[in-house]
Design a protein around this ligand. Sequence first.
Ligand code: GLN
Length: 473
Amino acid sequence: MIDIKNLTIKKAGEMLKNGEITSVDLVSACLLNIEEKNKELNIFLEVFSDVLDQAKKADEMIKSGRGTALTGIPIATKDNILINGRKVSAGSKMLENYTATYDAFVIEKLKKAGAVLIGRTNMDEFAMGSSTENSAYGPVKNPIDPTRVPGGSSGGSAGAVSVGMALGALGSDTGGSIRQPASFCGLVGMKPSYDVVSRSGVMAMASSLDQIGPFAKNSEDAKIIFDCIVGKDEMDSTSVPLRGLASQLEARPLSGKIIGVPREWLADGIDKEVLQNFEISLEKLKKVGYEIKDISLPYSKYALAVYYILMPAEVSTNLSRLDGVRYGLRKEGENVFDTYSKSRSVGFGSETRRRIILGTYVLSHGYYDAYYNKAWKVRRAIAKEYEDIFKTVDFVATPTTPTTAFKFGEKSDPLQMYLCDIFTVPANIAGVPAISIPSGVSEEGLPTAIQFTGPLFSDESLFAIEQDLRENI
Ligand code: GLN
């Protein structure tokens, strides 16, 4: 049987091309792993019933010479990405029986490439969380240590790749939801520059921050997925063409190998081993010609505070359509307000309700200027700070998360949970791309990770740095 857990997309693609294996073989191996472990780990909310038919079609595509780098490759998708005719619930009771009526742009692209869509993965409700404990369908367990969380909110997508239920996956990242679970599950996870991947057909959490991106075992695989889903889309009015814009970067007078480290971020609250492995990774990069520079990003220490004002504001607006009248679950009340209130209190979990309330508060008359407008001003200052720093360095490096994967229930105070995103949120606030790369393992065998952030539209260069690091481990 094919060992999916240790197979890359690239290798599988070569084997498919030269006829050593078929897509049906690959998919069957994934299905076996799902059958064995999904009950315990709760990674997939649904495995599509037609996966083997999809695989057969992909095999025909390869035979007839029309194959692409993703043809026949089993890919898992997060449960907030629409696939025409299939259920999609965003991990919420509110949308338990909702069926998508069209394909998300990224799905259209995957289908065209001949990828096999294997199923939809479990997630924190509406992508709010850092542990996947907020799913209405129960938490996902980390395959590396099932007593621990896989990270979130894309915990299911990370788990699927880590345990060999798929060769790659899509997640969404609003404040870290790809990079943080990638870090906890020993994978590469990447958040593209804002707007280079269309958000059409992706359920909105906070529209000015959301991006779709890949999970994979290494950067070559992540880039294969990224190359497939990137591109301008008429259906997303904010979308921009990466390829045309990346050329702007060539004018920068830098070597492409200067890494800035904001030392003030690393002062406290970080696990010793996370920090150790971070420094070791930097040393390795130094040996292959990278220059490491200390930098300062003083405004960015407010990024998390800004995030927890702007994100709930957008959440409260985006989720207002889920009112028991237009969409989703409905609990009949005595009048329309009673119906709203009953539907929303039954349909939404407590974290979702907390954020809707916070968001409504910061947008309310009298507080709008004090919170929402002020947060936008600070957001602009942070974006400018990144723009300026990238005139002197090519990358900003930090650990991806302050800790390794934690135990279930360990972060019951919401603020403790929010602090997991302290290093990942700034990239979303500034709109710049960032990648999480494995940096080693702790004594307990838990993965640690290093994050690289680059200037706007430098997405491609982030994949290259992982290769330099991996080849020197
Ligand atoms: N963990 C963060 C939050 O709960 C990020 C979520 C995300 O990126 N979707 O908001």
